[in-house]
Design a protein around this ligand. Structure first.
Ligand code: FAD
Ligand code: NAP
Ligand code: SF4
Length: 676
């Protein structure tokens, strides 16, 4: 008996059978690029194959030079390139898995001057204007895809995925937004979809019938002048007839201004669209986007929304996701919290991808938690992300670990983060650590503030100080006025807040707190309500791109968000998530004032001056001032421990508070644990 009968049911494709309904979706890890050996990529995929996923898809490989993301990015167009891939395919097959290579032509999303597209229209998010492909270029591109498909088979892959969404080349031909052609490849919907269909047909001819071809369909584009629903359905039918084995579905273009995968998007927010599509095709259909836990996947499969689920980031976060679900240990899954901080944000800044909650992702060969030779008694002080990751990793290696936490719960600052609307997923990380503390045998002491004396008396071999940070209290006259509270009081302890609020400090926490203050009490976890807020209509069949007027919920209060710098607020937030936060602040009417001098706080409110020479005085008649002015490290234990001759390590915010985030804290904790 299993809780997930639909998820764990095999799928017979005729010539091969997938053991379950999970596809690991394509993610560019950065390990694909260059011309060196692919050992690290092979180790990355092999670890996930051992975890039991049914079929994996690699990051996108271009079928030719024009379609490469950037100079030096990966492509699969020569026998020499294909030969390198045997390392990957053999490692996966030895581990009992299956793997397909994704073929992706970036079109006008390429970052090089040789970019091409359906028409010479520059993407709003890219700096090169593409050249319009000629009829002959298009025919060559189709044969390039077919050659790559044949090379994929030679390289030992079990299939290919043809990338037809997210606004890449094939999608650029499909949508009138980017296809202004008047020849056989533009104009009518039939002409616009000709490239997609011919690519599938020629790839099928190149690989024979017993090879998986997944087509990634652009199902809902979320940009103006995208395809209509009727056009999407007609395309799906023709792609099936041309020889696709599986229809994967995708949502949104990269240039869309509606979020599709960040943590504030409710789980499975788009599977209702996949359900609509499934009625029109005979091949298995895949649902994707914000599916991260087995129960979510099981429910949508049981409802008949899809035949398979595709998850990419959740398998970065936990390579054993499937095995844990199958063994009834879903509560041990290290859940992807959709933060994008170590995966997509890295990819877009050309850094190898990893994972905030699993820093071993992409580093399987270099960051290892091998069993220890000599067991030590180690105290870890502080159960925030740094201390938690360190404690459980030390215990996993075989050390005897005691974890001390002053509060009545674990999580530290991350527990506060999980209370922000749209960051509810962060609670999963705390649940994961709570469970892992139990399974690895860490002794947890809650409500226990450790001191140098108590630690010395207990005779530990080594002590890890992970005591984190304390909020900075800025020197502003009136800072002790009763209207002033810290973000910890407001978010963790529910301190009352008035109708007009000034937030001092507009870093990540100031922005989050502004979202907290401008949300009504119930967070928008319901997909339908969330779609209305962002202006998405999944039912209107003749609507191009699925966009309607957004209807954000009005804020219950007026918030002023202040900073001293003159730079744009939110500019240092994540590359792939910052724009979402900025859009929310705008939608909620948060008044953002930069270049501020804080003069004083009194009964009249917050006195500031701002403007080029700070000459413009203003009193913000607020009834509450919330301090979000950064953090200071808390390292009061360190001197006492070193004076007593105890081997002491300092990690996380206690080490360096500036630019601290949970990615650094968890990675530092894990790396230290790997070295003791
Ligand atoms: P902390 O989280 O501060 O943990 C330290 C722990 O040590 C605390 O639990 C404390 O009680 C305990 N402690 C201190 N002294 C003692 C003692 N003597 N004995 C026992 N216990 C002690 N980061 C991101 O990466 N992404 C985000 O989206 C994000 N959003 C955030 C949103 C908010 C609202 C907040 C507040 C933070 C957010 N962060 C985010 C930051 C992230 O939570 C911190 O960077 C991270 O928690 C720091 O981890 P740490 O373990 O170093 O310290
Ligand atoms: P932060 O990003 O360093 O921001 C601190 C803010 O306080 C800044 O706006 C700063 O701007 C202001 N400030 C600093 N000293 C001040 C002083 N003496 N008086 C008045 N204002 C002062 O820190 P944070 O917002 O506390 O966030 C902590 C960490 O958590 C961040 O580094 C971030 O990485 C992480 N975090 C990440 C996210 C995310 O979405 N990825 C979300 C939340 C938090 P001025 O000096 O210009 O006024
Ligand atoms: Fe998920 Fe964040 Fe890890 Fe990316 S970095 S896989 S979004 S938890």
């Amino acid at each position: 008996m299993t809780d997930y009968p639909h998820l764990l049911r095999p799928l017979d494709l005729g010539f091969t059978t997938l053991p379950n309904r999970v596809i690991m979706g394509s993610m560019h890890t950065g390990l694909e690029d260059g011309s060196g050996p692919l050992d690290r990529l092979a180790a990355f995929f092999a670890e996930r194959a051992r975890g039991g996923v049914g079929l994996m898809v690699t990051g996108g490989y271009s079928p030719n030079e024009d379609g490469m993301f950037y100079p030096g990015a990966c492509k699969l167009s020569t026998t020499e390139e294909a030969l390198r891939h045997h390392t990957v395919t053999e490692a996966v097959h030895d581990a009992g898995g299956r793997i397909a290579v994704q073929l992706l032509h970036a079109g006008r999303y390429s970052d090089h001057p040789g970019a091409v597209s359906a028409s010479a229209l520059q993407a709003p998010i890219k700096r090169y204007r593409p050249r319009s492909l000629t009829d002959q270029d298009i025919r060559t591109t189709i044969s390039d895809f077919a050659r790559s498909a044949a090379l994929a088979r030679e390289a030992g892959y079990d299939g290919i995925e043809i990338m037809g969404n997210e606004g890449y080349l094939i999608n650029q031909f499909l949508a009138p937004r980017t296809n202004h052609r008047t020849d056989d490849w533009g104009g009518t919907a039939e002409n616009r979809r000709r490239l997609a269909v011919e690519i599938v047909r020629s790839c099928r001819e190149a690989v024979g019938h017993d090879f998986i071809i997944i087509y990634r369909l652009s199902m809902l584009e979320l940009v103006e002048d995208g395809q209509t629903w009727d056009e999407v359905v007609a395309l799906a039918k023709e792609v099936e007839a041309a020889g696709a084995t599986i229809m994967n579905t995708g949502i949104g273009w990269h240039e869309a201004r509606v979020p599709t995968i960040v943590t504030s998007v409710p789980r499975a927010a788009f599977t209702a669209v996949t359900a609509k599509l499934r009625q029109h095709v005979g091949i298995p259909v895949v649902a994707s986007n914000r599916i991260n836990m087995p129960q979510v996947a099981e429910e949508l499969l049981a409802r008949g929304d899809a035949d398979l689920v595709s998850m990419a980031r959740p398998l970065l976060a936990d390579p054993e996701w499937l095995a844990k679900a199958a063994a009834g240990r879903a509560d041990e899954i290290n859940t992807c919290i959709a933060c994008n901080q170590a995966c997509l944000d890295h990819t877009f800044t050309r850094t190898a991808a990893s994972c905030l909650v699993n820093p071993r992702a992409g580093r399987e060969t270099t960051l290892r938690l091998d069993p220890v030779r000599r067991v030590k008694r180690v105290a870890v002080v502080g159960a925030g992300p740094a201390g938690l990751s360190c404690a459980v990793s030390l215990a996993e290696r075989g050390h005897e670990v005691e974890l001390f936490e002053a509060a009545d719960t674990i999580g530290g600052q991350f527990d506060i983060a999980s209370r922000i609307p749209g960051k509810e997923e962060f609670a999963e990380t705390i649940r994961y650590y709570r469970r892992r503390i139990e399974s690895t045998g860490v002794t947890l002491h809650l409500n226990t503030r450790a001191t140098a004396d108590t630690l010395a008396a207990a005779g530990f071999d080594e002590v890890v100080v992970a005591t984190g940070v304390v909020p900075r209290v800025p020197h502003i006259p009136g800072i002790d006025h009763p209207s002033v509270v810290s973000y910890v009081d407001v978010v963790r302890h529910g301190a009352p807040v008035g109708d007009r609020v000034a937030v001092i400090g507009a870093g990540g926490i100031g922005v989050d707190v502004s979202e907290f203050l401008t949300h009504n009490t119930s967070p928008t976890l319901d997909p339908q309500a969330w779609r209305a807020e962002w202006g998405i209509d999944i039912d209107a069949e003749d609507l191009r791109g699925g966009l309607v007027e957004p209807k954000p919920e009005p804020s219950p209060r007026q918030v002023y968000l202040l900073q001293r710098k003159t730079s744009r607020i939110g500019k240092d937030l994540g590359k792939t998530t910052g724009w979402v936060h900025r859009a929310v602040l705008r939608a909620k009417g948060v008044e953002q004032i930069t270049g501020v001098s804080y003069e004083r706080i009194d009964d009249a409110g917050m006195h500031i001056s701002y403007g080029p020479g700070r000459e413009r005085p203003q009193v913000l008649a607020v009834d509450t001032v919330v301090i979000c002015a950064g953090q200071e490290p808390l390292r009061d234990l360190v001197d006492g421990l070193t004076e007593r001759g105890i081997t002491t390590h300092v990690i996380g915010g206690a080490d360096v508070a500036a630019e601290l985030d949970a990615k650094r804290a968890i990675e530092q904790g894990t790396r230290l644990a790997a070295s003791i």
